[in-house]
Ligand binder design. Sequence first.
Ligand code: XUL
Ligand code: CO
Length: 439
Amino acid sequence: MAAQGEFFAGISKIQYVPSAAAGDVMCFKHYNAEEVLMGRKMEAWLRFSVCYWHSFCGTGADPFGFPTLQRPWNEGTPMESAKKRLGAAFEFFTKLGVKYYTFHDRDMAPEGPTLEETNRNLDEMTDLALQLQCQTGVKVLWVTCNLFAHPRYMNGAATNPDCHVLAYAGAQVKKGLDVAKKLGADNFVFWGGREGFLSTHNTDVAAELKHMANFFRMAVDYKEKIGLKCQFLIEPKPKEPCKHQYDYDAMSVIGFLKHYGLENHFKLNIEPNHTTLAGHCYEHDIVLASAFGMLGSVDSNTGSPDLGWDTDQFPMDIRNTTMVMKTIVEQGGLQPGGLNFDAKVRRESTDLEDLFIAHIGAMDAFARGLRNAVRIIEEGLLARMVKERYSSFSDGIGRKVEEGTASLEEMETFIKQNGEPKVTSGKQEKYESIFNHYI
Ligand code: XUL
Ligand code: CO
């Protein structure tokens, strides 16, 4: 990176130093990109990605306070600062050693007064992004369209009661898909920020859900038409900004996709802070989506259950990262998805180096989670215990139930022959104690 364009002066490429002292937070103590675990490099299991919106567009402003983060790239006209931001972002990716990034169309380039001008801004910025991708080898994990910030989308985008607004969203997604193709994105995300309602009084829920499905179908058609190879992902979230969002959680989205026959075209991008907002435990949607073969990618972050809103904190809890990585390794990886840090430094973490410290800490937390998960899986104790717990389904009547060939009459005959089932302990504390042994 040219010296005059350097934003993180004094910080060089982050190194793996396993012997580093506790206070040295500007190196990896656990994340060793090239190290092979279960036949795959750490970087291939983890596929880390930095998000553009929090890390390079975020200002620290919140509903109660003004910006606190003074970023040197936020200078000049909107297009001038977009260019500086892009330079800063690629400097950050390469110094951190992360191979992927994610962005909303409007993070990358500002909107103009017309769609044509907005698209020209995006063309100019993505030309530059493509050059930097080629120079650095950094790739796009996913692109998404911001269909929630502009006032036109206040009543929704694909679920807006006015088709004029839906059409605008369609035009925007068409361009977003062109950008995904141009930049070789591995995935394309739909997060329905305002696809929901604030009141059922003024909402035709059935119509809105059908419009949303038809909107997704248009996106699938256009993707196929332009030969775009990336994976489509839907990111569930129960609320915020809407009171209720249609993509409430993993099971709601899977049910929606199956109802409208879209399940072969989409997978899920699970964000644990959204999962906990839905009232579930941290790993709930990761496990559920994976069980249905629908876990496509993860927006790696965490919330604060005591606050109860979407705080988008960096994931630092080793218990959580172990649970996530166990599911990911068990399903054979996340590719073409990855672990995208949809997380922001606190508005009180005002130093530029805090961006590095946050990402390094979270990458190390995931590296530890991966190492723990690999030990749990390789030793196989927990898996054997679960297998044993379900062993009654491996033969006899259990096998018929497993295969879906049993009847209620057979259940009755079986009970008449075998009587009351014996009481069997669930052994939860034993599982928890064994899990703790690995973390
Ligand atoms: C919002 C959220 C978004 C999506 C992309 O809560 O997670 O940043 O990931 O629009
Ligand atoms: Co997200």
